[in-house]
Ligand binder design. Structure first.
Ligand SMILES: CC(=O)N[C@H]1[C@@H](OP(=O)(O)OP(=O)(O)OC[C@H]2O[C@@H](n3ccc(=O)[nH]c3=O)[C@H](O)[C@@H]2O)O[C@H](CO)[C@@H](O)[C@@H]1O[C@H](C)C(=O)N[C@@H](C)C(=O)N[C@H](CCC(=O)O)C(=O)O
Ligand SMILES: Nc1ncnc2c1ncn2[C@@H]1O[C@H](COP(=O)(O)OP(=O)(O)OP(=O)(O)O)[C@@H](O)[C@H]1O
Ligand SMILES: N[C@H](CCC[C@H](N)C(=O)O)C(=O)O
Ligand SMILES: [Mg+2]
Length: 489
């Protein structure tokens, strides 16, 4: 495609060189530049793409998008100076791939917790309604049955447009994607044309990246601020910030709630270890998901189906048969009925929700025995450290025993992370707490403490199949470890 055609809709500060140059590939990474490439120099958190412009040219880049021109620009190369390279990249990518998002019904889901759950439920529901669908999520990207490994919750703009193009070629009509707060700030969603946006909730996470909670709220809101008037913006009005999200959106404002007036209103009739029973739009339905937080996820999925024109009765009937995504309240039960629950709760709010759910659901055939809750939990390294003491405190308050352990220590000292967690535990709860750095040993210890009907919550890693320590990802899957340890007893 000719360079000038890639610049459609981008505010340009200055250009030089041949705008008719033929561009054959795009990249923001100099290591991936080849002959015919357009290199977009983006300022990152670790380094500045502008310092790789020369390398990119040596490797054959024909054109450069940047915020600042090099001191001595190469005469054979075209330069485009813009205010914000990351944002420009979104539009360049959409132009290069011929605007795939405009030809799809693309729905984005944002919020601290529930993005993967909602996006995956939507993907599964719309497939069962008979559509070909795409999914971009933390667990995996998917084009109908084809699974494509995901590296981020929300991919960069080039990858997203590439995937959307593949989805279109496959005949997909609907795509559901998670929109992380990092993605909004880093402009990974710039240039995409959304049919709708969903807000789940906002609580403590990622303060390492955003600095303050207000900045984090602004990042999430930025998604809705970008939606066009033709889109819908569906928000959870039971969340304190639900309405804030829609303050400046041009999109049609819609809402869902379990507590108050809203476009889509639901009520939980029963919540058990076998599923949720709800009233939605005067219909009573059983769902396969567990926990009140999932009632919110289901309601937003139902609302989205209606906003996309589906029949309410059919949507609810099909939704009642849909299973949760992997690693979300996934149960592994031993022969003698110890209940293991693997859940991706990695924020204080998610952990508290899951533990409150478990506290309300435990039951035993034995009279007078209230099953114990044993929680195995850790916090990621090189991520928001302020959530560590809070999560340990919550784990102890809502469990009978807690084993603090590692969850992707990355480049931090695992014991230092665990010490920060320990610091949050109140003196009355300290007796409940043990620390075992090795997650495998921690799970084994939890099992050794359990009796039939006790519940072992293994929180934080969910679907993950690795433990990341000092740059190396070792095979590790909480579900497999639980299953093996149950069998070996
Ligand atoms: C903190 C963060 O979000 N970082 C993302 C960011 O990288 P960065 O800003 O650190 O980039 P950088 O390394 O400073 O490099 C700046 C620029 O120079 C370029 N470069 C660099 C080196 C070189 O030799 N040549 C070159 O051209 C890079 O390609 C880049 O364009 O941009 C990169 C490209 O898109 C991402 O891969 C990277 O994600 C890192 C790996 C990451 O761990 N991100 C996590 C925190 C994340 O994004 N998480 C969210 C949300 C999680 C959730 O709640 O679900 C997600 O959406 O996944
Ligand atoms: N609507 C919800 N409200 C509160 N907690 C939830 C909700 N949905 C799921 N959770 C909890 O949060 C955990 C993560 O859920 P999910 O993976 O759907 O969130 P996410 O927003 O995609 O997370 P990530 O930011 O890592 O992508 C679940 O395992 C569950 O414990
Ligand atoms: N998307 C989240 C995942 C956290 C999962 C947890 N297992 C960890 O590694 O911290 C993040 O990047 O913060
Ligand atoms: Mg997710």
């Amino acid at each position: 495609m000719q360079l000038k055609d890639l610049l459609y809709k981008i505010p340009l500060l200055a250009t030089s060189g041949n705008m008719n140059t033929d561009v054959t590939s795009l990249t923001m990474d100099s290591r991936k530049v080849g002959p015919g490439s357009l290199f977009i120099a983006v300022r990152g958190t670790l380094t500045d793409g502008h310092s790789y412009i020369e390398t990119a040219i040596r490797q054959g880049a024909e054109a450069i998008v940047c915020e600042e021109l090099p001191a001595d620009p190469a005469p054979t190369v075209a330069y485009i100076r813009v205010q914000d390279s990351a944002r420009a990249m979104g539009f360049v990518a959409a132009n290069f791939y011929n605007q795939p998002s405009q030809k799809l019904k693309l729905v984005g889901v944002t919020g601290t917790n529930g993005k993967t759950s909602v996006a995956t439920l939507l993907f599964r529901l719309f497939r069962s309604l008979g559509y070909r669908c795409g999914l971009l999520s933390t667990v995996q990207n998917q084009i109908d049955d084809e699974v494509i490994q995901a590296t981020h919750t929300t991919p960069d703009a080039i990858t997203t447009n590439q995937l959307l193009t593949k989805m279109l070629a496959h005949g997909c009509t609907h795509v559901f994607m998670e929109v992380s707060s990092h993605a909004v700030v880093q402009e990974r969603i710039a240039g995409l044309s959304f049919t709708g946006g969903i807000f789940t909730n906002i609580t403590h996470d990622h303060l390492d990246f955003h600095g303050t909670f207000d900045n984090y709220i602004r990042a999430k809101k930025g998604f809705f601020d970008q939606l066009p008037a033709s889109a819908f913006a569906l928000t959870n009005v039971d969340d304190k910030r639900g309405l804030v999200m829609l303050q400046n959106t041009a999109a049609r404002k819609e809402s869902y709630s379990l507590l108050t007036l809203a476009t889509f209103k639901g009520k939980v009739i029963a919540d058990s270890l076998f599923g949720l029973n709800m009233f939605i739009d005067d219909r009573e339905v059983w769902f396969k998901l567990i926990g009140r937080f999932n009632a919110y996820n289901l309601l937003s999925v139902y609302g989205t189906a209606i906003l996309l024109g589906e029949d309410p009765a059919e949507a609810l009937t099909l939704l009642s048969g849909i299973t949760p995504p992997p690693g979300r309240f996934e149960q592994v039960v031993s022969d003698d009925k110890i209940v293991g629950i693997v859940d991706y709760a990695h924020t204080p709010d998610a952990l508290q929700n899951v533990l409150e759910t478990i506290n309300g659901l435990r039951y035993s055939d034995e009279q007078d025995y209230l099953p114990q809750i044993i929680t195995v939990v850790g916090c990621g390294g090189n991520r928001d450290a302020t959530k560590r003491p809070i999560m340990a405190d919550i784990a102890c308050r809502f469990s009978n025993h807690v084993i603090l352990t590692s969850d992707n220590p990355r480049n931090e000292d695992p014991m230092a992370i665990l010490e920060q967690m320990q610091a949050g535990v109140s003196p009355v709860d300290v007796k409940k707490m043990t620390t075992i750095e090795d997650r495998h040993e921690a799970i084994k210890q939890a099992i050794s403490l359990a009796r039939p009907h006790d519940i072992i919550l293994v929180a934080g890693k969910g679907h993950e199949t690795y433990q990341e320590i000092k740059g190396i990802k070792y095979d590790f899957d909480d579900r497999v470890v639980l299953r093996e340890a149950f069998t070996k007893r």
